[in-house]
Design a binder for this molecule. Structure first.
Ligand SMILES: [Zn+2]
Length: 272
């Protein structure tokens, strides 16, 4: 298991890379997102961004705005969004990203009949899968909640398209999330990446681990039973030290306290 963090799109990318590097994270999840991390800005600053990534030996995963529709009711609007996805895929690939996480539809379900929204999502995710592949990216789809795309809908999608998913623990635990255990029961073979953050099991709060009501010890035990991949801490606290605290917490839950203490010595050897 390796632990990563995601840039806040409000901040400079290089600043975020340096912050996570100093905190001892293992990789960088790049959200290609306005205002500070648009495809244009990434391509313009590519060299300094790559230098910063290399200085911490960071591999890169990519992530795209949750508010990019994948089942927009207007065909021309969806076409423009897909073009923007294409530009974002190219920018992420130029930094060496290998995986690309997109979200299911976010617009209120009343806007379109549900079967129409589900069919549109599937049709469009097929297009995005092709476009991502052309940039050497593996497309992953992330769970949001029942009102967006349910476990039942994911099953239909996966029966038509052989892609994998980014499992977001906080989203599964919130009021319409359908539950962490239900996702793990259905999709453990599909999970290729994990987002971890805490909440009050109602709202999508992106809290530090332990600050909400999700039973993290249980989540880690379940994940460990079949998964040994990337876990990004999607903690959105203004005080970024909570990211580091969440990283320590996850390591302790996953490996035990003793291993965690040894790891710290490895990362920061005492000067003799
Ligand atoms: Zn997420």
């Amino acid at each position: 298991m390796i632990i990563g963090a995601m840039n806040s799109p409000k901040n400079s990318l290089v600043g975020e890379i340096n912050l996570f590097g100093e905190m001892g994270f293992d990789y960088f999840e790049l959200t290609v997102e306005a205002p500070a991390a648009t495809p244009e800005k990434i391509l313009k600053d590519r060299k300094v961004i790559l230098d910063a990534l290399h200085s911490y030996n960071f591999g890169v995963l990519s992530h795209y705005p949750w508010y990019f529709s994948v089942a927009h009711p207007y065909e021309n609007v969806q076409k423009s969004i897909n073009e923007e996805f294409g530009r974002a895929f190219a920018a992420a690939a130029s930094l060496g990203a290998k995986k690309a996480t997109i979200h299911t539809e976010w617009m209120p379900p009343g806007i379109q009949e549900r079967p129409v929204m589900v069919a549109k999502t599937i049709e469009n995710v097929k297009k995005l899968h092709k476009s991502a592949s052309e940039h050497g990216l593996e497309l992953l789809i992330e769970n949001f909640g029942h009102s967006s795309f349910s476990i039942k809908d994911f099953k239909v999608l996966f029966s038509e398209l052989g892609i994998s998913m980014t499992f977001d623990v906080g989203h599964a635990a919130k009021h319409d999330g359908e539950g962490v255990d239900n996702y793990l029961q259905e999709f453990r073979k599909r999970i290729r990446h994990v987002h971890l953050h805490d909440n009050n099991k109602k709202e999508d709060q992106h809290l530090p681990l332990g600050a909400g009501r999700i039973d993290m010890a249980h989540v880690v035990k379940e994940l460990k039973s079949f998964y040994d991949g990337t876990i990004t801490l999607e903690v959105h606290s203004e005080d970024r030290h909570y990211l580091k605290a969440s990283r320590d917490k996850l390591e302790i839950l996953w490996y035990g306290k003793e291993h965690h203490e040894r790891n710290k010595e490895y990362l920061f050897p005492e000067k003799k």
